[in-house]
Design a protein around this ligand. Sequence first.
Ligand code: ARG
Length: 459
Amino acid sequence: MSLWGGRFSEPSAAEFKHFNDSLRFDYVLAPYDLQASRAWANALHQAELLSQDENAALQRALAELQQAVQANPELPLSTDAEDIHSWVEAQLIEKIGDTAKKLHTGRSRNDLVATDLRLYCKKQAEQILAANLAAIEALVGFAEQYYDAMLPGYTHLQRAQPITAGHWALAYVQMLQRDVIRLREAIRRIDICPLGSGALAGTTAALNREALAHELGFRHANDNSLDGVSDRDFALDLLNVAATGMVHLSRIAEDLIFYCSGESGCFSMSDRISSGSSLMPQKKNPDLFELLRGKAGRVIGHQHALQMTLKGLPLAYNKDMQEDKEGLFDALQTYLQCLSMLAFAIPEVTVQREHAAKQAALGYSNATELADYLVSKGIPFRDAHHLTGVAVVKAQQQQLPLEQMPLTELQHISAVISDDVYAWLDLSYGLNQRCAQGGTAPAAVKVTLKHAKDWLHAA
Ligand code: ARG
């Protein structure tokens, strides 16, 4: 039986019912709907709208349903209820008869669904937080193992300066740490209870909404019923975190795909996380990382979709808001899965130290060192930059790296150059020089590593 048949003389058309029903996706809210219903029944009892016995009967029946749903989360799908709220009420009526019909006193599906969704989001956000921390831990482990491994660093995807693999990994640690901070802020904003907002104008039940909020584990009850039933900012906040988080996962995936490619070869992936080609026997493909990159589009799409759905909605509840769920559920699950996959995959990636160090030395990546050397001999940086550019062209013509250019050749470029220039042109010299806070020198990486570990410890 539907929750709203009284004023209708004809049943819904099957076509409309199918279009309108949300049970096929909102069934995942069952545990939260049952939790919210238990708290609501207690509140009604305290407001003397349910007797002790009625509340006890409802609590028993709701607890039984909680167990049944825990054993089989898809249980609601065996009925044709309109949505999860209708399903719970129908089940309760089946179990305890007329008393069940009192549960909806003073509440609406509008405040109920907003409450269910916040409970769901809080739970998901906490799982995502844990997965984010695990991914950070994996990256910190990688950084620790490779804190001194040389790697070509790029700007514009042109070889720029050598970096360390540890430094590379810790850059992503920074991004994921910011995601954790954003997530915590989002959780704080989810943590407000709209139950007791009624359909839109508030509830007639004389209940203590603050106590109800606390019983459900929320910080506070909301302060405006119109906003309570129509606010989905908390879902948008989470989707924004997920979208930005997926941008980070997509970028690390792209870096990994590149460093694992035949063109770079600085990293390699274990067979456990690689796939082959059905045609080309030699192929070893980075599907895992491509999926991380690909799924970013999907999550960002869901974030965009909800923003679009909400824009232009009048107060208060509108059925458009039922469209908040499928994308949100999919986005949060996808983000969670991708974080877990990253944590799983990072230990399966190896830096090819020797090859990577050779690669790091190519492309005149020590040119900045020559300029700095000239500066140390009193030449203004702008002139040093120009002279070094001339030296690079000369070296290119002779097909030599800078460090193999004969001293006399270098002295043609500037007379201040002497034998000590070769120490500056050594790859590890430049690397070790970048030891100020946040630099790529192994010594600086060790400091950042310690910060990251302390942060993780306190998280
Ligand atoms: N299935 C609905 C949703 O997800 C529940 C709220 C229905 N409220 C209403 N007034 N029709 O939004």
